[in-house]
Unconditional design. Structure first.
Length: 444
């Protein structure tokens, strides 16, 4: 499921096939297509809540910077600081969060995070009605909701294997990724339309409702989650070190983490500036901004749908290389966007990038869920995300500083230029020599 706040679609989020991810082809049609998976009641509830949450969160991804730009007349740096605030908690509490998630039941934790996020975003329209809304308020909400997201997203990555057997994780992850990616299209479009008709602040109410729907769906899941073992656990510090050490020693997790972190710098950098760029330099109205951002995400829907097929045809290791190549160089089309008839470069470049991100996320997430020992799953997940997501606030702030020095368009060019070369990182590790990712970890 999506986290309680939404940043750019950059998990590699930046964050997947079951049998294929473990080095073999799926052995049944149900594993590769998901036929029969949708008869799984608890997975349907997880999927429904995830879909609602992601649509709402992608409304907020456009609505929140629109509030800052159009209501509070924020500067470019303030808008990028807003993006940074949403991701800063990964640096502050990411590592202990992974160890705590391994000690707790995940579903109640996810429900609590949903309710906290709903309450936080509700304060924005309330403050606006009272006439006391400020940039500081938006920053506080983004930071606190980002903290909830750390726990929610880490728990969610570990929770799916509790619902589905390993042979169905590929179909489950592909189904979730497809609808998440579709929400990147639907959410910004809704945000732009609502902002155009009744104001950007009102659009945030949709996210509040989405978190409540997500909490209700999670509450109705019947599968009994096995409690984590409590006896004989080492100290929190030792557990954190164990997760970090595993990722650092493993050649596959190590290179995937480094590649994701580097890609997120470029992705976040240009996406943090995109709304400001489209409004102030290209001259688009809020409704058009939402449509452009939505169109830029269309490729991600296709990528999520085709990811398992690409993994089976070419191999999951090669699929990661293909995804990286599509995530990088096409981003250079985005800064070509201009007034008049040149608006199409942003959706074209963004659509190719989102295709690559979606394919990489589908392959990577299931590999990460099935490859390491189950007892370390939460810590390994958050250790990778610490670096992946930890670069995001730094990238957003760097993009804002560059925009202040060079201008918005040159800053976007620098960030997309960086993104264009990041696929080379995957060639450093063992992926280039393999067709498929391995079955299980050899590091201990």
């Amino acid at each position: 499921m999506s986290g309680p706040t939404r940043g750019p679609a950059v998990t590699v989020k930046p964050d997947v096939p079951g049998a294929a991810a473990r080095g073999g082809a799926p052995n049944a049609a149900t594993d590769s297509t998901g036929d029969g998976l949708w008869r799984h009641r608890d997975f349907r509830l997880l999927w429904l809540g995830d879909t609602a949450s992601n649509v709402g969160s992608n409304v907020t991804a456009v609505a929140l910077p629109l509030v800052a730009v159009t209501v509070l007349d924020a500067t470019v740096l303030q808008v990028t600081v807003l993006t940074a605030a949403a991701w800063l908690p990964w640096l502050l509490v990411g590592l202990p969060a992974g160890a705590w998630v391994d000690r707790l039941r995940r579903r109640p934790l996810m429900i609590l995070c949903d309710l906290i996020a709903a309450a936080l975003f509700l304060t924005v329209p309330v403050a606006a009605v009272l006439g006391v809304l400020t940039i500081g308020h938006l920053l506080a909400v983004a930071l606190a909701a980002g903290l909830a997201r750390v726990f929610f997203e880490t728990a969610g990555q570990v929770y799916l294997p509790s619902l589905l057997p390993p042979e169905r994780l590929a179909a489950g992850n592909a189904g979730l990724t497809a609808t998440r990616t579709a929400s990147y299209v639907l959410g910004p479009g809704i945000a732009g339309l609502v902002a155009q008709l009744v104001g950007a602040v009102s659009a945030l109410l949709l996210d509040v409702v989405s978190f409540l729907v997500s909490a209700l769906c999670l509450r109705r899941i019947r599968t009994v989650e096995r409690p984590p073992a409590a006896a004989g656990r080492p100290s929190l510090r030792r557990e954190i070190a164990e997760g970090l050490g595993f990722v650092a020693r493993d050649p596959y997790l190590r290179v995937l983490t480094a590649s994701g972190a580097a890609a997120n710098i470029g992705l976040t950098g240009y996406q943090a500036l995109l709304v400001v760029f489209l409004v102030r330099e290209v001259g688009l109205a809020p409704g058009a901004v939402g449509l452009v951002v939505a169109a830029a995400s269309l490729g991600g829907v296709a990528g999520a749908v085709l990811a398992t097929r690409i993994g089976r045809r070419y191999g999951t290791a090669r699929a990661m290389l293909i995804a990286a190549a599509l995530t990088g160089p096409p981003a250079l089309l985005v800064p070509l966007t201009d007034t008049g008839g040149q608006w199409f470069w942003a959706p074209l470049g963004g659509s190719l990038v989102s295709f690559g991100v979606a394919v990489g996320n589908v392959v990577k997430s299931t590999f990460r869920q099935t490859y390491p020992p189950r007892r370390l799953l939460g810590r390994i997940t958050v250790s990778m995300q610490l670096l992946n997501y930890g670069t995001i606030p730094l990238a957003a702030l760097s993009a804002g500083a560059l925009a202040g020095l060079l201008g918005t368009r040159p800053a976007i060019l620098v960030m997309t230029g960086w993104l264009a070369v990041t696929p080379l990182i995957l060639l450093i590790g063992p992926l280039r020599r393999r067709r498929d990712l391995p079955l299980a970890a050899t590091a201990t």
